[in-house]
Design a protein around this ligand. Structure first.
Ligand code: UDP
Length: 344
């Protein structure tokens, strides 16, 4: 049983991981600024787990907040953490193109400040939310961790820089234990339908968009191109059930807390690709009706296919995905149908 700090723990991946970690018996402090998130998510995590979470509303870019957090005191569990799981960050590609300064401030400077606070407090174990976006237009599929890092937008650049900082840190002292987890496409929801993805505004990503079409909030899905060199001409991605992803964090944490190795860099994906049309058909099965769609132009910056080679995570963590696309769609629909307006 460990004492853990989760930054950004009220978000989509953070809340599902919080549930898995609580169920594994860990004590959690969640730091979140609730910028794009709703505190109801964590209330439901508490409801599902029957356990308590210490919640701190604050911002990584506020050193005073971090210092207070690591010194303990008002936040209840004494401030000494065995490890930090760092989800907090911004992730909208289009927004990052318009506001690169913001992305570098939150994703890189926020990470640097967190690491400085950890080092000062003697906490040297970190699980970091990285992304397959680092691979840009991949040169090979499935993509191994050794593939070239070549991000193509400010969001990807900020994640690549944070990854580099973590590698530099791991090289600077043998104290550090760091896992850089490169997520592929996290989707789905907890099977209870109580927690799930709740994007602000119009969703950028396929899965929440299809969910909103299914629940009647959007008139139709726009499919960005049907002339890609793929099985049916639509883009192919590696969709990973958010509960599989959450379990991947728990497995990485266990390995870190057991002491070795010092720097883990792992793809978290299923190793299987699905096209936009396959996701749409899967969702139609789950919700029991046909969903309207229209083919439009390709979206700038999209790759045809990104699929993980997840064999390293399997070898080092003993982890692999257990839930398939049908489960993803069933659970995603259970969440969306029960919460048409997300947590609002
Ligand atoms: N996509 C689409 N319509 C949408 C959103 C996404 O056709 O409204 C396609 C997109 O072109 C890609 C796939 O769905 O082929 C997954 O896109 P998403 O943005 O979810 O993930 P990413 O491209 O960042 O991996």
């Amino acid at each position: 049983m460990a004492r853990l700090l989760l930054t950004g723990g009220a978000g989509f991946i953070g809340s599902h991981t919080a549930l898995v970690l609580l169920q594994a018996g860990h004590h959690l402090v969640v730091l979140d600024d609730f910028r794009n998130r709703n505190p109801v998510a964590l209330k439901r995590v508490k409801q599902l787990s029957g356990k308590q979470i210490t919640l701190v509303a604050g911002n990584l870019n506020d050193p005073a907040c971090l210092e207070r957090l690591f010194r303990g005191g008002p936040y209840g569990i004494g401030g000494s953490f065995d490890a930090v799981i760092h989800f907090a960050g911004l992730k909208a590609v289009g927004e990052s193109v318009k506001h690169p300064l913001l992305y570098w401030q939150v994703n890189l400077e926020g990470t640097r400040l967190l690491l400085a606070a950890m080092a000062a407090a003697g906490c040297f174990s970190l699980v970091f939310s990285s992304s397959a976006t680092l691979y840009g237009m991949p040169n090979q599929v499935p993509i191994p961790e050794s593939a070239q890092i070549q991000p193509i937008n400010p969001y990807g650049h900020s994640k690549a820089a944070a990854e580099q900082l973590l590698a530099d840190l791991a090289g600077s002292s043998s104290c550090w234990r760091i896992a850089r987890l490169r997520y592929f496409n996290p989707v789905g929801a907890h099977p209870s339908g109580l927690i799930g993805e709740d994007p602000a505004g119009i969703p950028n990503n396929l899965f929440p968009f299809v969910s909103q079409v299914a629940v009647g909030k959007r008139p139709e899905l726009l499919i960005f191109g049907d002339d890609w060199p793929t099985i049916d001409g639509t883009g192919v991605r590696d969709y990973i059930h958010v509960m599989d992803l959450a379990e991947g964090h728990a497995a990485a944490l266990e390995v870190l807390l057991a002491g070795a190795p010092q720097l883990l860099t792992l793809n978290l994906g299923s190793g299987e690709g699905h096209s936009v049309l396959q996701v749409l058909r899967g969702f139609e099965q789950a919700c029991g009706r046909e969903l309207p769609y229209r083919i439009v132009d390709r979206r700038p910056g999209d790759a045809a296919i990104t699929v993980a080679d997840p064999s390293l995570a399997k070898a080092l963590l003993g982890w692999r995905t257990k839930r398939n696309l049908a489960q993803i769609c069933t659970d995603g629909w259970a969440w969306q149908a029960a919460n048409p307006n997300g947590y609002r």
